[in-house]
Write a protein that binds this ligand. Structure first.
Ligand SMILES: Cc1cc2nc3c(=O)[nH]c(=O)nc-3n(C[C@H](O)[C@H](O)[C@H](O)COP(=O)(O)O)c2cc1C
Length: 361
């Protein structure tokens, strides 16, 4: 297994990414004025990953509408002010040689909760004052959250428009790729899973119906951004619950989404059902990524407790995934890719000139 596979470039449509170590989306709950505008925190947070050698730097779940935010401190990309603030961050990411990705998200029934710290918060409690009514495919609450209202057909059509508007703004801000968040129990996952989607119209029931909204969004976003911009979709490959969304359904929907214009599938798991029994351990979601890649014949990324250079390299070199996404290890060490190159003995031509003396000894 060549140690340099992890550092080989990867091309998707017109984008060539410098290596296979990509940053997972990481909510920061750090907007100052509840206006969804990213701040200097986001510049430094995302900028350090770019300086640290990551291939793709992905933003946190970025809301396509105000009611699609998880908390009042989430970022958005539904105003021009937000777009302009993202643009500054994207410019810095590009200056360090990384590609910039944005995760477009709608929280659905998991919206309007306090962030994990500060007044009122543990990240799961509904906002008492200044909160907003959440929406979902069906009026079924996530455990401990407020009951959402069921979306009408007109409101579903509006959500497609919100995603396409957000995609247009993202490309205008300079983002190189878009990821649609259809995982972790948020709105698009709520449509996919029979546990949260009990509609009796064309958006519920069969897998084809449950996938309809996601596929409409993929098609509409592709038509909006043109042929050159890569579109990723993040899935939760299982709800870890009988009767829920599962790896086979994930592979089928990935194939349909590929045919609708998506390029790569970011395979995560869980988040739809509170208290599900998740067998967490090193690389625990990699088999789901490998399954989707093999079954659907699509490109995938693996994520979840990938923390070491040799481990990351072997996932890519063995063909289990096309790239790895890393979250918590990146937060512990935003320069993980530089360190991994040093450990694996790979020489990088993008080790920052200012840090060059750290490259070898
Ligand atoms: C602080 C934090 C924030 C997160 N925010 C998001 C998010 O905005 N969107 C998303 O899809 N996943 C989010 N996740 C999940 C990560 O993207 C990732 O899938 C997960 O942490 C597992 O990878 P890791 O073991 O490398 O951290 C978050 C995880 C953490 C720890």
């Amino acid at each position: 297994m060549s140690p340099s596979t992890l550092f080989s470039p990867h091309t998707i449509r017109s984008l060539t990414v410098r290596n296979r170590i990509w940053v997972a989306p990481l909510c920061q709950y750090s907007v100052d004025r509840e206006d969804g505008v990213p701040t200097d925190w986001h510049l430094v947070h995302l900028g350090s990953f770019a300086r640290g050698g990551a291939g793709v730097v992905m933003t946190e779940a970025t809301a396509v509408s105000a009611i699609g935010r998880i908390s009042a401190e989430d970022t958005g990309v539904y105003t021009d002010e937000q777009r302009n603030a993202w643009s500054r961050i994207v410019d810095f990411i590009h200056s360090q040689g990384a590609a910039a990705g944005i995760q477009l998200a709608h929280a659905g029934r998991k919206a309007s909760v306090y962030r994990e710290w500060g007044a009122g918060g543990d990240g799961t409690r509904p906002i008492v004052e200044g909160g907003w009514q959440s929406v979902a495919p069906s009026a079924i609450a996530f455990d401990g959250y407020a009951v959402p209202t069921e979306l009408s057909l007109d409101e579903i059509a509006d959500i497609v428009i919100e995603f396409t508007d957000a995609a247009r703004r993202s490309v205008a801000a300079g983002f190189d790729l878009l990821e649609l968040h259809a995982a972790h129990g948020y709105l698009l996952h709520q449509f996919l899973s029979p546990l949260s989607n009990q509609r009796v119209d064309e958006y519920g029931g069969s897998l084809e119906n449950r996938a309809r909204l996601l596929l409409e969004i993929v098609r509409a976003v592709r038509a909006t951004v043109g042929e050159s911009v890569p579109i990723f979709v993040r899935f939760s490959a299982t709800d870890y619950t009988v009767g829920g969304f599962d790896p086979k359904q994930t592979a089928t929907v990935a194939e349909w989404a590929r045919d609708a214009g998506a390029d790569l599938f970011d395979i995560s798991s869980g988040g739809l059902v509170a208290g599900a029994d998740i067998p967490i351990g090193p690389g625990y979601q990699v088999p789901f990524a490998e399954f989707v890649k093999q079954t659907a014949g699509v490109e995938v990324t693996a994520v979840g407790l990938i923390t070491e250079a040799v481990q990351a390299n072997s996932i890519v070199a063995s063909g289990q995934a096309d790239a790895v996404l890393m979250g918590r290890e990146m937060m512990r060490d935003p320069h993980f890719p530089l360190r991994a190159a040093h450990e694996l003995g790979v020489e990088l031509d993008y080790f920052p000139r200012q840090y060059h003396r750290a490259a070898w000894r």
